[in-house]
Ligand binder design. Structure first.
Ligand code: KG4
Ligand code: ZN
Length: 380
């Protein structure tokens, strides 16, 4: 059981038959939200979120303009007990009703990841439950399924504070990366440009609010990687140009126009690369359903959702995005990712390690290390 490899559910003490309904406690502590949730997944794949509790640390990090790892880890330690208890109470379930525990094991700030993972291991050990050490990105990848029935396979645009990538998602643990950022993540660009506009952390939602009513064509901003045939992203040129313009602006109307121009420029790039990925995906999956999913914190942006939905329609793809509450970090997506693994008989040993770096497509990441996770971002 402690051999360091994933183990099959039926081999574990306290295991449940894989064809039954699963009730999973999910734990998320990889960045600045301490979150716990209880999710039920029926044997036929229906999903019900029984509770989803999120304690945000925004107020603690705001004075520093970004996430401070030590403050985050300490805050997770202080609140994980109460947040998990609240998730169980709200769901109306007892630890004896659980089929398993799923905890984020990376990628993320390792001090925080260790807190949630250790808590999950303790529950698993005390209650004889299987543990699933979940990749946070796999949580985002399944998050649209918390709101709608989105069958595999699908094309995924994962846009968060630490990651910006296009993935061909074939099923549980079967992701092929089609492209990712060569510098910053989209959320990171939002956060940094927002900062240069004097907006509070986290910048994405603040910039979206400022952009309302602004002129998206007012400020011409650089278009990255024009002419490239791959699905790579780059936001650093845009970030530098926008910061330079922001320096000279004081009038509210000008700031609004810059926010709208930035949002449109980020949307344009996400759209262009997603459309290219749709072409590649359609060729790789002839005759199969064409589904496009966008997930991650940036997917909460309504203007971007609209742009991407339009792009999907133009290319004959269906469009899904998680309900707004499940775009940014939450534990319901971690519980669901855990449930999907348990349903296939996959769980992890109790000595599963916390992993600060953990690409979804390890082969692609190793083959092309110039494509970063955007790991310098506030949320990385
Ligand atoms: O998925 P997430 O909560 O955390 C990570 O796993 O990184 O994503 C957080 C990122 C932040 O960069 C935040 O500014 C961005 O998502 N974000 C948004 C919006 N809401 C959150 N960006 C643009 N518009 C939004 N409404
Ligand atoms: Zn995330």
């Amino acid at each position: 059981m402690f051999d360091g490899t994933a183990c099959l559910l039926q081999d574990r003490p306290g295991s449940r038959n894989r064809m039954t309904d699963l009730t999973i406690l999910g734990l998320e502590t990889s960045c600045d939200e301490t979150a716990a949730a209880v999710v039920r997944r029926t044997a036929d794949g229906r999903v019900e979120v029984l509770s989803s509790i999120i304690a945000s640390q925004i107020a603690q990090h705001a004075p520093y303009g970004g996430v401070v790892p030590e403050i985050a880890a300490r805050a997770h330690v202080e609140s994980i007990d109460a947040i998990a208890a609240e998730a169980m109470r709200t769901a109306g379930v007892d630890y004896g009703d659980l089929s398993g525990v799923a905890a984020t094991a990376g990628p993320g700030l390792v001090g925080g990841v260790m807190v949630g993972l250790a808590f999950g291991k303790a529950v698993a050990l005390a209650r004889g439950l299987p543990l699933v050490a979940v990749n946070h990105l796999e949580g985002h990848a399944v998050s649209a399924r918390l709101g709608a029935d989105v069958p595999y396979p699908f094309l995924l645009l994962l846009v968060s504070g630490g990651h910006c990538q296009l993935l061909d998602v074939g099923g549980v643990g079967a992701c092929v990366r089609l492209g990712s950022t060569i510098d910053d993540a989209a959320g990171e660009a939002f956060d940094k440009i927002a900062k240069s506009l004097g907006l509070p952390y986290p910048g994405g939602p603040a910039l979206e609010r400022l952009a309302v009513g602004g002129d998206p064509d007012r400020y011409p901003l650089p278009r990255a990687l024009l002419g490239r045939k791959d699905c790579a992203f780059s936001f650093s040129g845009l970030k530098t140009a926008a910061a330079r313009i922001a320096e000279g602006l004081t009038a509210e109307a000008d700031r609004r126009d810059l926010a709208a121009s930035v949002q449109a420029a980020i949307g344009r790039q996400l759209r262009e690369r997603s459309e290219r990925a749709m072409e590649i995906y359609a060729q790789a999956h002839p005759g199969e359903a064409r589904r496009f999913v966008v997930a991650g914190g940036v997917a909460a942006n309504k203007a971007l959702r609209a742009t991407l939905e339009e792009a999907a329609a133009r290319r004959g793809f269906s469009f899904d995005a998680p309900p707004l509450a499940y775009c940014t970090d939450n534990a319901a997506m971690i519980a669901l990712a855990g449930a999907e693994r348990l349903a296939l008989g996959i769980s992890d040993p109790l000595d599963a390690a916390a992993r600060p770096r953990w690409p979804l497509d390890a082969a692609a990441a190793a083959a092309d290390p110039t494509h970063l996770a955007g790991r310098k971002g506030a949320k990385a």
